[in-house]
Write a protein of this length. Structure first.
Length: 184
């Protein structure tokens, strides 16, 4: 079955019909990857319907397509018992509320990048900085992604644009590390 575009209204109807709490989208689709391979969703269900989790996931796939579907109870989410909780907090987008999961808890989700241009020729360093900051009226990648430079080799970007920065670094073969953060 082909994936179909997720319509918030259609999902709301499905959520009401199935009696679940929320559908949270996460993964490369949310992080801004240019060509994501799949769409990851997590169905947050009341603990009272936990025994129907497999049927609920099957119902979602039947209705919306072959998405990568995870299921978690509200109890497991609140108590942090599921390995996916951290991911949902740092990059999840609530379909029912129309905003990031982190915002629902009063945080912004950001990704901190540290990078080094060691081994770059001076001309390549200049070209890379033009790419980041822009040149001659062209917007740089920092402006497009709402990233901020915090110091030499350190920038912070909203997590929904993380993969845009990651793809640039990989294309330019820049050595980097990244850490997801919740900022309050």
């Amino acid at each position: 079955m082909q994936e179909k575009k997720l319509s918030r209204n259609e999902i709301r109807k499905w959520v009401a019909r199935e009696g679940i709490i929320d559908v949270v989208i996460f993964g490369s689709t949310v992080r801004g990857k240019t060509s994501p391979n799949d769409i990851d969703v997590c169905l947050i269900i009341p603990v009272t319907v936990e025994k129907k989790a497999i049927d609920i996931a099957a119902s979602f796939r039947k209705e919306f397509g072959e998405f990568h579907v995870s299921v978690m109870t509200d109890n497991d989410f609140v108590k942090g018992r599921h390995t996916l909780v951290k991911t949902l907090l740092t990059e999840g987008a609530s379909v029912m509320n129309g905003e990031s999961v982190s915002k629902l808890f009063g945080f912004n989700n950001e990704t901190l990048f540290t990078y080094a241009l060691a081994g770059f020729r001076p001309a390549d360093r200049v070209r890379f900085h033009y790419l980041l900051r822009g040149r001659r009226g062209a917007k740089g990648i920092l402006k497009e992604t709402k990233a901020q430079i915090l110091g030499d080799g350190v920038l912070i970007v909203p997590t929904e644009k993380e993969d845009v920065i990651r793809e640039v670094f990989e294309k330019w073969k820049v050595k980097f590390k990244s850490r997801k953060m919740l900022v309050g």
